[in-house]
Write a new protein. Sequence first.
Length: 353
Amino acid sequence: MFAGGGTLGHILPVAPVARALREANPGIKIYFVGTMKGLERDYAEREGLFTRAYYFDSRGFRRGFSPANIVALYKHFKNYFKSRRLLRKIAPDIVVGMGGYVSGAVVAAAVARKIKTAIHEQNSVYGFTNRVLRKKVDKVLLSYDIEKNEKTFLVGNPRLSEIYRRYRDQIRQVDEKTLLVVGGSRGAGGINDLIIGLKDELREKGIKVTLITGNNYYRKNIKKIENLGDDFFSVRPFVDNLPALMLSAGAVVSRAGATTLAEITALKKVSLLIPSPYVAGNHQEKNAATLAERGAALMLKETEMNRENMLAMITELLENKTLRKSIINNLNFIADIDACDKFVNQLNEMIDK
């Protein structure tokens, strides 16, 4: 059983693992617990990955005192007891928490029932749920080398190996001045506004732009956006298959969520990372810094973002051939294309013990 939700980042790493488990064990039963309103629900039902999926009404905790935290706490304990009943019914061999508040209730219930447990942290810093659970579970699987002890195992992000294997014959260095700008599954208004404002300057430099705004931004700004599109500037609300679009981009401007970074790394794309400051534990900045410090990306904090900086860094990424070659070489060095196999091997070891 896998549990996680709230964003696609908590289910996308599960997909290649589930497929690998099913390929090796055709009769295996794989269950998933997510949230009722999270993005993972549509994905899980569309992909048909699981024997059965369950969706709980879960809410995250807010920083500081808030009446909403009383509701969140109530829902957590409700989901905990619901999880205990579900685990008694299904009796899984292993429960794996992928992050998100819903996984906290499910994994805690599994620990109480003495079921083998693991968690996977996709980011370069523990999220709240995994930080609480890491002392209680049997194994901690990491995408970044953020902690070393007898429980922790560096496996990487299975999404990276999935994307690499799917597109490895199509990965190439794009010499054309083509730019993909994406703010993550929920969009990024500040980045969208700035890129739209730079439309004429980018055109003058011969840079073709594809801007993925996010559905909410697109709906709210439809009158401003609908007349923007031309051969040099394409605006879309959302794409189902971002990696396929990345393949044809000379450079990527993006937030620094774990899934997007896994895709950028797998496809060896030079990128300008603008981490969101509005996420728990400032984990996107730490994710971005991990790549930037190793020469595998450029990073620009949102507080430092302006027309001059944005235009200069985009131009540098697309026109400086030495920089581009260096970034691609460093991405080759850090890309863990065997992440899915490592993840599955850790689960197999738990079964065999």
